[in-house]
Structure formats: C-alpha cells, structure tokens
Design a binder for this molecule. Sequence first.
Ligand code: MEV
Length: 418
Amino acid sequence: MDSRISGFYKLPLGERLKVLKNMGVLSDLDLRTLEEGLSVDQAEKMIENVAGLFQLPLGVATNYQVNGRDYLVPMVTEEASVVAASSNAAKIARAGGGFKAVCSDPIMVGQIQLTGLTSISRAKKTLLDSKEELIEHANNQDPVLVRHGGGVRDIEVREVDTLRGTMLVLHLLVDVRDAMGANAVNTMAESIAPKVEEKTKGKVYLRIISNYAVKRTAKSKAVFPKDALGGEAVVEGILNAWALSQADVYRAVTHNKGVMNGVSAVVCATGNDTRAVEAGCHSFASRSGEYKPLTAYYQNDEGDLVGEIEIPCPVGLVGGATRSHPIARLAVKILGVKSANQLGEVIASVGLAQNLAALKALGSEGIQRGHMSLHAKNIAIQAGAEGALIDQVAKIMVLDKKVREDYAREILARLKRD
Ligand code: MEV
C-alpha cells in the first residue's frame, strides 16, 4: 500500500471513498458502516443518559511512512487545516526517509494507597518481602493477559509525604500488551488491596491506574530535508520557534497543543481515551519540574532539519470503544496496525509531523491563510449560500481578506442578482 494519493484532497467525497475502495483499504460493507456511523442503540451501551449522538469529521491523512511501512492515518478533529498540514509534513518527512519510531514495553502503573501505618519502614519491608505472592495474586486476575505475554512485571513501594502524613504507595508495574490497560490494572490493584491491608495492618484507599504513563512511551524521529521544507530560511524559522518553546512556558504550551492536534485526532479516531493520553503528555512535558516542548529539533551535517518526539502513549487495540464503536474499528482497519505499540509509533510520528507543520507555517506565511479558506466556506453557509455559491462566496471573501458574515451576504446578493 502506497499512502501517497495524489490529489486526494481535491476529490469529492464519493470519489475519495472510491479510491480507498480500489486500494483495498475499505470494502463495500465498510462504506456502508461509514455512512451509518454509530447508532443510538450502540451509544446506549457506551454511556448513561444518552440523549443523541455528537458527530465530528473523520479525515484521512496521506503520505505517512513509519519504519518503512506506509500508513493512511485516520484523524478525528473539528479543526480545519489539521489533516492537510499533517499530510504535508508527512510528505516532507518521507523525502528524508520517513519516520523512525519505537515504543517501550507497554508498562502501566497501578497505584495502591496505604495509610494508617504504625511503622512505615516495617510495612515497606513486609510488602517487598511479599512481592512474589502479590504478583502471583494479581496475575491470577487476568489469565488472558498473562497468556498473551503480559502481566505484572514488578512491584515498587514508595514513601510519599502528604498533608495528612506519610503514606506508602505500592506500584504494580503491569505489562498490558495490546490493551490501554486501565481495566486490567484497576482489577489487579483492587484484588490485591485486601492482602496489602492484611499484611501491613494499614488501610487502603485508592486502587487505580496512574495516567502518568512514563514507563510506556513512544519515540519518533525524522529528517526533514531543507529543500523539501522550502530552504534554509524555513529551517531557521523552525529552529527559532523551537528555541522559544524551550525557554518560554507561554510558547511551550501552544507548541505542545499543536503536537496534540495530531496525537488526539488519531487517539480519538481509534476509540482510545483522549484524556488519558493528554494528561500523560502534558505531565510528561513537565517531568523536569518545568513545562517543556514535547519535540526537539536540530540540524544535521547536511543542514537538514532533524525532529524528535517522545510521548507517553497509553493506547490499545483491544477492549473499550476501539472494539465497540463501528467507526473506531474502521479507523483501526484503515491504519492497518496490528499491535498497540505499532499504533503508538504512528501516533508519535503524527505528533511530530503536526508540530513540524505548525512551526513551518508560523515561521513563514502564518496559519491564517490555510484556516481561512475552510472558515470562509462556513461563513458563506451561515450567510445562506448553497451549492456552487458556497465556494464562490468563500473565494471572494478570502481574496478580499474580509471573511465576515455581513460581507458574505453582500457578495451572495450580488452573485444572485447577476
Ligand atoms: C493551532 O491549533 C495550533 C498552533 O497554535 C500550534 C502552534 O502554535 O505551534 C498552530
């Protein structure tokens, strides 16, 4: 499969779907599923008090190559320009050999909070001495995970000073394989809590996964050739933008927001937990004690730009909405990933691409021109334009640099009169 589909963005929707079908990415049944989307009945099984459905656009980014394999990347977002920018940056990275990505083992941490201890050091020793027994008990809760090569890898016991005294926090380090892991980890944490209490005579309160997923990260790296970027000045602009994000938290947060435009769009499309990934990424950005950019850039000996990213990536392919939401299932099919780690490698690459695209645009023409043409179409519709008039009204507003509803009405009246 070649993810370079020339002129994909210019095609009408029906033609675009035909291309995906002819490429063997989507079947006739998939096309029907796309049209039908999630049903209210399915939604009723996902959350409580369902009142309806909330739809968002699903786009497909092109040109991605990660570890030598091509990917079409499904992205769910309400923001104009994100999918186009992503595809564009992926094309530039491709000219430099594509993204090289790698994930750590999928280790998630479950926390068990232990209070009311008469001797912190004795309780800590007791727990560490019982490590094997606690691990075995936890693993017995999820034989399927263990059969797939996952399970508890280790136990750590931390002393944490709090406003209510020193507490012990037991960490279960669980290899969750292809799951996001919250269910497996929470079940294990809850199951060993009575044993932890019994052994230490303390009182357990919290038994829950930590979203500070620093033991489960995805890294990606790409060379963006200076010629494909548009020359030395563009490289300079990106390096300067990155330097500011290193030095200034106001900029770093926006810089990382741009990374998350890509990351969250793929996390959402694949039915994963956007809040878990976002909480993980932003806290990871602060791990030094200061909030920093999630990406880094430098020039190589040839003067090309090298970009790198590392982010926590607690995403899965089994369980949850990834399996139960028909469009999420389809998104995973479009992506063609076979493991959670492979998904993490693509997501990290998309985060890097999205950031590169934003910095490239910000250092040159700015982002408003790209944003404006889609925005103008929305304004034209709001002003009452229909059919071919939408594009005509939008085009005139962008050319005249007056993207406003009153002006759209004026143009519309003129076009109709003529
Ligand atoms: C807009 O959604 C994202 C950007 O602000 C990111 C950035 O400034 O790097 C363009």
